[in-house]
Design a protein around this ligand. Structure first.
Ligand SMILES: Nc1ncnc2c1ncn2[C@@H]1O[C@H](COP(=O)(O)OP(=O)(O)OP(=O)(O)O)[C@@H](O)[C@H]1O
Ligand SMILES: [Mg+2]
Length: 273
């Protein structure tokens, strides 16, 4: 279990995370949603020990994240950041092999190679395994980084916007893969997402953040209420139900503000054409 208790984080004097307390249950897929700048990445990075916090606690299986020995933590928890370093002249397979480092310390065993093969296959990257990562498309690169995290084979998997750059087919493929990691391998997956309909469709729980504070934390279907989504994103949505899951309709919105925006766009086009 991951427990966050009274967590606070400032950047300079700006409060980014304010007195945040929440629990992430094991063997569930939890989506972290909220507007730009809400503090989602900061929270994920603090849980993954990529960023220090000012006060409060983060406990991973009862031990404060700062107290974990690095290799042991890397065997317990993996994290994919929102943006990943580019420019490394390594192949897709070599990138995935980095994920095995906490286990193999650089000497890949037959079992490590099998895990890499399985992940390449899962992510439809087998044909690209020898290609340099600098030569991949945005979506292929995103899948390679997800593959590296999956190769790490940890109990906790944290992914910051894993669907970035992915087409619909690959987005659904990744979400199905994450679901299987939870349902078949007992993993605990936390995903930062902007597409709230994917969050509704695939998550067990949804944590919503706004202005560095907890806004909602409940079963996915319970967070998917019109008043919650409206207030979270300051929009006007319609929630519909299909196959026992709720979906949010936010296109073709005819709220006054949206119409004004449409007029602005028309005026802009008229002025520039
Ligand atoms: N290194 C930093 N130095 C200063 N301010 C930062 C830093 N990192 C993040 N912030 C600020 O902290 C706030 C939260 O940022 P964060 O990246 O956690 O948001 P987010 O919810 O992940 O947003 P997005 O959906 O746009 O990715 C923002 O106001 C951001 O400008
Ligand atoms: Mg972010």
């Amino acid at each position: 279990m991951i427990e966050v208790k009274n967590l606070n984080k400032n950047f300079k004097s700006k409060k980014i995370i304010q007195d945040l307390s929440l629990t992430i249950q094991e063997n569930q897929l939890t989506s972290l949603i909220g507007p730009n700048g809400a503090g989602k990445s900061t929270l994920l990075n603090m849980i993954g020990r990529l960023c220090p916090y000012d006060s409060g606690q983060i406990l991973i299986d009862g031990i404060e994240v700062e107290g974990w020995e690095s290799t042991e933590l890397a065997k317990k928890l993996s994290i994919m950041k929102q943006s990943n370093p580019l420019g490394l002249q390594i192949s897709v397979r070599e990138l995935m092999a980095f994920g095995r480092f906490p286990h193999s310390k650089g000497r890949l065993t037959k079992q490590d190679q099998e895990i890499i093969d399985e992940s390449l296959d899962y992510l439809s990257l087998s044909d690209l395994q020898d290609k340099k990562i600098t030569e991949l498309s945005g979506g292929q690169l995103q899948r390679a980084f997800i593959g590296m995290v999956i190769c790490q084979d940890t109990k906790y998997i944290l992914l910051d916007e894993p669907l970035n750059n992915l087409d619909i087919n690959h987005s659904i493929g990744i979400m199905n893969l994450l679901r299987r990691l939870v349902d078949e391998k007992g993993k605990t997956v936390v995903v930062v997402m902007h597409d709230i309909n994917y969050a509704s469709q695939f998550s067990d729980r949804i944590i919503a953040m706004k202005d560095g504070k907890l806004f909602a934390n409940d079963d996915a279907n319970d967070v998917f209420q019109k008043d919650i989504v409206d207030d979270l994103f300051d929009i006007d949505v319609e929630i519909i139900e299909y196959n026992l899951r709720k979906y949010c309709i936010y296109y073709g919105n005819d709220c006054e503000e949206c119409l004004n925006n449409t007029e602005d766009v028309k005026t802009f086009h008229q002025a520039t054409n």
